[in-house]
Design a protein around this ligand. Structure first.
Ligand code: ACO
Length: 332
């Protein structure tokens, strides 16, 4: 396959489970209130998979929508990246499950990217490199999560924050200046802070056992205030790094699409970067934190509703467990 000068996001696709869980619903499950959740996080409702639905169902639906919009058939897909911390099974990968569900049965490579909330941007960086190196032509990058399966529904400090959802993107070769061109992608990690946001149980360190279950170690744990501090500092820094690399200023950026974890993080990062609020894309109120799915689904929503227009410069940033964080710029 010939190498390409650039790569582009040819299309997005999104899918959410139908079941809605509002803050009022949560009031009936844990000791919380709509007011506390709304004021501290901006979240009003989130989506939750039903018992008979899987992460790969929404991931496949989002992927098929992206392919249809791009006019590419599943058999033309060369590589599928499942960006997730919540695959259907530890083995095979979410990407393999999606491959079977969408019928991408031409031997495409399929594997998962496990960088928590930064998953989709990490996958996007790999896809961009694959396409520019001529390794693959059509790469599906799918951020998709079934976080509701890994939440302790008795722990009000975590269960109110997260939701299920899937955002897919198709990355293909491009020339300089093509719509959707990926201009910059930077992905960082710092493993020293892995403990402030983790899912400790049922991995090889703590295999499934009664003790793991009794201590609720099969669920997401978080030191909220530490996460908040690192998230703000690192997202601001990586955005400045991405802008500097492209010699762009905030004034030249049309839209800021940050990870949708929490309205207060979004507002603080936006303010520190001097973004006017009308340039900041937000949908956390409808879906909560869907981890690797937040950026592709929010970007897609703003494209579908005509807010992000062709030619707009879009700055994206994310942050998650690992710690991992990323920044990137796309000319839509
Ligand atoms: N409902 C009601 N009360 C609650 C709830 C809840 N759901 N959760 C916590 N509280 C209580 C606490 O028990 C505490 O009570 P106390 O003072 O009697 O002990 C009080 O509210 C304050 O708790 P804090 O943890 O200090 O609340 P804080 O103001 O830090 O807000 C929050 C918590 C929203 C999690 C905040 O720390 C935050 O935004 N952190 C970022 C974490 C995040 O977004 N993580 C997502 C994953 S990582 C990522 O995607 C970036």
């Amino acid at each position: 396959m010939p190498s390409a000068k650039r790569s582009k996001i040819a299309a997005f696709g999104s899918a959410f489970p139908e079941q809605v869980l509002t803050n009022l619903d949560l009031e009936k499950i844990v000791d919380t209130s709509d007011q506390w959740i709304s004021e501290r996080t901006g979240i009003r409702e989130r989506r939750k998979l039903r018992d008979n639905e899987q992460n790969s169902d929404i991931a496949a639906a989002a992927a098929l929508q992206a392919l249809e919009r791009a006019g590419v058939s599943p058999m033309e897909v060369d590589c599928i990246l499942g960006c997730t911390t919540t695959p259907d099974r530890w083995m095979p990968s979410l990407a393999s499950a999606v491959q079977a569900k969408i019928g991408a049965n031409n031997g495409a490579t399929a594997y998962d990217v496990l960088t928590a909330c930064a998953g989709w941007m990490t996958g996007l960086q790999a896809a961009d490199a694959y396409v520019r190196a001529g390794v693959y032509k059509n790469v599906l990058v799918i951020g998709s999560e079934a976080l509701s399966r890994f939440l302790n529904w008795k722990d009000r400090t975590t269960c109110v924050l997260f939701g299920d959802g899937a955002g897919a993107s198709l990355v293909t070769p491009a020339n300089v200046g093509d719509p959707g061109e990926i201009l910059e992608l930077i992905v960082h990690s710092d493993g020293r802070y892995g403990d402030i946001l983790d899912l400790p149980g049922c991995g090889s360190q703590m295999p499934p056992s009664l003790a793991v279950l009794e201590n609720n170690l099969q669920y997401i744990r978080m030191n909220g205030q530490e996460v908040y501090k690192h998230a703000v500092r690192n997202m601001v820094a990586v955005c400045e790094e991405a802008l500097a690399r492209r010699k762009l200023t905030v004034e030249q950026i049309d839209w800021f699409v940050p990870h949708q974890a929490n309205i207060r993080i979004i507002e603080t990062v936006g303010k520190k970067l001097n973004f006017p609020t009308e340039k900041v894309a937000i949908n956390v109120h409808k879906y909560g934190n869907t981890s690797a799915a937040t950026i592709p689904t929010c970007f897609d929503e703003y494209v579908q509703t005509g807010k992000i227009k062709r030619g707009d410069l879009v700055l994206m940033t994310t942050f998650g467990g690992g710690l991992t964080w990323a920044g990137g710029i796309v000319r839509w």
